[in-house]
Design a protein around this ligand. Structure first.
Ligand code: SF4
Ligand code: SF4
Length: 254
């Protein structure tokens, strides 16, 4: 599949939990300059296994990282990132994890996720304060230690999601959804072409034109030209993919 995509002149970015990254496969990926994003949430093996829901997950990640490094990752030509969710159990070690990744030239990607058991209306929800604190701490570390300046806004630390301008998700069974968070089925590529689905989906149309369709605080926010928060969080927490991002602290200012 990777060779097929490369043959179409497109770049490949592969998100992986580390399964199947043998030494040979790591070298194969490096030779094709595949961008690799490895999922790792903590240094604590027991916690990693628990967060991944699978015993041995931490060992898989550690082996994959070792093999990718032996193959030449990360380098100027071969991008390696570590993707981390921000959740209550890993909050205390996130600054250390962030610096560890920066120091070895891997790109850290940290993303806020809705915590389990989310109240439907989250005004005053204490998690938002924790979340904002993490963004502020990592922002300060990047500015003072690495000379990287960015503004805090959810859901990605030091970055933003604008995937709905150019992207959708096709699952292994052919179902098409806007992204991993907006799990609304739009069609299936076994019965329609991807082009038909993309061109006729009112949901994708809404998301592409979010400046006209988004609701609440996100609609009038000064950052709205380059931010819509996480549409997945909005959908999973409120049921409305156009609602204001319930995990953004701006939506909870009293
Ligand atoms: S909107 Fe979708 S793609 Fe963007 S950060 Fe949220 S879940 Fe991920
Ligand atoms: S209110 Fe919405 S648009 Fe403004 S920063 Fe928060 S998520 Fe982004």
């Amino acid at each position: 599949m990777i060779d097929f995509i490369l043959g179409l002149g497109m770049a490949v970015e592969m998100f992986t939990n580390g399964s199947g990254i043998s030494a040979d496969f790591a070298r194969w990926l490096y030779a094709r300059r595949v961008r690799v994003v490895l999922k790792m949430n903590t240094f604590d093996p027991a916690l990693q296994d628990r967060l991944a829901g699978r015993q041995g997950a931490a060992g898989l990640i550690a082996s994959a990282l070792e093999r990718l490094k032996a193959a030449g990752y990360p380098s100027d030509e071969a991008f390696l990132a570590i993707s981390t969710i921000i959740c209550r159990p890993n909050l205390p070690e996130l600054p250390h994890l962030w610096c560890w990744l920066r120091d070895q030239a891997s790109r850290p990607i940290s993303k806020s996720l809705p915590p389990r058991a989310v109240p439907t209306r989250t005004r005053g929800f204490p998690w938002i304060r924790h979340l904002r604190g993490v963004f502020e701490t990592l922002c300060q570390i990047d500015r003072e230690r690495y000379g990287r300046v960015w503004e805090i806004q959810p859901p990605l630390v030091g970055n933003r999601c604008l995937r709905h301008q150019f992207s959708c998700l096709v699952t292994a069974s052919g179902n098409v959804t806007p992204c991993v968070g907006v799990t609304l089925p739009l069609g299936n590529i076994r019965t329609q072409t991807l082009q038909q689905i993309i061109q006729t989906s009112p949901v994708l149309e809404d998301l592409r034109n979010y400046r006209q369709t988004i609701k609440g605080t996100c609609r009038n926010c000064e950052k709205a030209d380059g931010c819509y928060g996480c549409r997945g969080a909005a959908y999973q927490i409120t049921g409305d993919y156009l609602a204001s991002d319930p995990l953004c602290w701006r939506c909870h200012a009293s």
